[in-house]
Ligand binder design. Sequence first.
Ligand code: CU
Length: 341
Amino acid sequence: MRNGTPERLPQRLALATLIAALAAAPSLARAATFVVNVGGSGYTTFVDQASGTNTTTIHVGDTVQWNWASGPHSVTSGTCEPGGGYGSACTADGVWDSGVQNANFSYSRTFNQQGNFPYYCGIHRSMMLGVVIVQAASGSGPTSAFRLQPTGPVVGTMVHFTDTSTGSPTSWSWDFGDGHVANVANPSHFFAAAGSYTVTLTATNASGSNSASKTVVVAAGGPTAPCRADAETLCLSNGRFQVTAQWEKPDSSTGFGKAMPLTSDSGYFWFFDPANIEMVAKVLNACGVNGNFWVFGAGLTNVKVTVDALDTATGVSEQYVNPLNVAFGPIQDTAAFPTCP
Ligand SMILES: [Cu+2]
């Protein structure tokens, strides 16, 4: 795999690309207002401005506004016996009633339920009928999904949750199953006790909500064997953190990067040729800054790379995955290990 080509986007450019992609995403349908003319030109008619008939077709969440051009008329939900006139029998169904009004009056109603809503004028009865047809909200609710890493955390691991819902959710409600919740797209959370937790994401957009759950098994923590540097393992931050990098090529062949220590905090890996550095990794003790060990990584490759970092003092691990055929995004995780000191 050749690399070192300008394939890897600078971070700012990558961010600009992401913002452009978000801006280009299909926008959600907005609630609209539909106008119906009541008694125009002195006629006993309801005329929807959009359809030119007495039928107004809208979507859930839309509003109908009736404007009186003459009077007296009412906009009363219900039905009348067919073919009648002034004296026909009508039955109000109680959903809404503007009352009898005259010119320049205006009445609005927002429809939050699907269905057909017939209405009539209480004065002119079956001579003056209309109907509002309310269809399902345009667009559709999201389909919730998420991933997390690491997938098998131990107590104290900062678990990073990533929303992968489709349907452009605009709000997120996370329940981590341990009494804690969050309402951002991509929260981080650590579980204070070992156990099995049901994590639920409810994603919502203008058209609806959808939930997805996963069981996260959190293992008990504790120190592991001291880090031992070998041909494929870096021991960083004064030998406390064990770091490996596994690669996978398009033909599914896989292996571990060869580890080359640089300083007590940093080292690099080569994958296919000792002269060809594929990624650099660094673990910094920032306990005095924000109470975390920080993990930084930079790749010069677009093969799939899975970086595992293990805190041998606590057994807490972190995993970073760069997908195949994607320029390696920088790892700048200043909340990687809340395992100070
Ligand atoms: Cu009328």
